[in-house]
Design a protein around this ligand. Structure first.
Ligand SMILES: Nc1ncnc2c1ncn2[C@@H]1O[C@H](COP(=O)(O)OP(=O)(O)O)[C@@H](O)[C@H]1O
Ligand SMILES: [Mg+2]
Length: 274
């Protein structure tokens, strides 16, 4: 399964959800590759990778089939899992690449897709930047499925609607891919306001809103601050958060299974073995 994690807004929890899913998938012994498409490189550092000889920017620059194979490296989560996630690391230089991509009328959108050929994994998770620019578009052209991360706050519904329009336009050009694997609500606080916006999201997207939501929890912020998987955080609330990610992963794998069209499934990326 290949999954793009998207929202044009920053700070909603795309990277947190990408890494939470990577952690619980690794705990299940699934072979995970995280592709960090954000120049802020939060997924890269979250996976405890600090120095990177090659990055996603190199693969996108190369513009060739399989260019990402030589970029993917071990993450720093090796101590926590038998099969730790691997990562295609990002770098701030990726920000300069985006305007350059716009100058390429032929290969601006599908460079990541081409670069993934030959990447062998059960789950490829593509952490997208907070915009609907060409990097995110590359993510959506490369993934078979997309998950939208939304915060239960004002106008989240409008933001999700905007992404879904883009998703539809790409799917029209790609034989129905990526399919929407769901909308995950993240940072659900126990306030009336949060509950209100959460309900708005469920009402607007009854079939796609994933339950449970991911609660606002100090353990989750601590995991990212310490570059640790949530499954390895010892403080209270961590196990509960990991269990929420686990159920979100179940939903996504199920949705991927139902929505996958084997005829158009991406070459080189094997389907999840669950
Ligand atoms: N459910 C949560 N509970 C507590 N903190 C969270 C939660 N989700 C995200 N955060 C924190 O919020 C910040 C932004 O999240 P991040 O995943 O980086 O957002 P994005 O990738 O969408 O920009 C990070 O510091 C992260 O640790
Ligand atoms: Mg991020």
């Amino acid at each position: 399964m290949s999954l793009a994690v998207v929202n044009q807004k920053g700070g909603v929890g795309k990277t947190t959800v990408a890494l939470g899913l990577a952690a619980v998938a690794s705990r299940r012994d699934l072979d995970v590759v995280v592709v960090d498409l954000d120049p802020q490189a939060n997924a890269t550092t979250g996976l405890a990778v600090w120095t990177t000889p090659r990055t996603v920017a190199d693969a996108l620059t190369a513009d060739s089939d399989g260019a990402l194979v030589g970029v993917v490296t071990q993450s720093g989560w090796g101590a926590y899992f038998d099969a730790a996630p691997r990562v295609a690391p990002s770098t701030p230089a990726l920000a300069q690449l985006e305007p350059q991509l716009a100058l390429d009328p032929i290969g601006a959108q599908d460079r990541l897709r081409r670069s993934l050929v030959g990447i062998d994994a059960d789950v490829v998770i593509i952490d997208c930047p907070p915009s609907l620019g060409l990097l995110t578009i590359n993510g959506l052209f490369a993934a078979d499925h997309a998950v939208v991360v939304a915060e239960p706050s004002a106008w989240a519904v409008d933001g999700v609607a905007q992404i879904l329009r883009n998703l539809d336009r790409i799917a029209e050009r790609r034989g129905g891919l990526p399919t929407l694997a769901g909308v995950v609500v993240n940072r659900l606080a126990r306030t009336r306001d949060a509950r209100y916006w959460d309900e708005q999201l469920i009402e607007t997207y009854p079939a796609d809103a994933i339950r449970p939501a991911i609660a606002l929890k100090a353990a989750i912020a601590e995991a990212s601050a310490q570059s640790m998987p949530i499954t390895a955080v010892a403080r209270s609330g961590a196990a509960e958060a990991a269990a929420q990610f686990d159920r979100v992963l179940d939903h996504l794998l199920r949705a991927a299974d139902e929505g996958a069209d084997p005829n158009t499934s991406q070459e080189g990326v094997t389907d999840a073995a669950v």
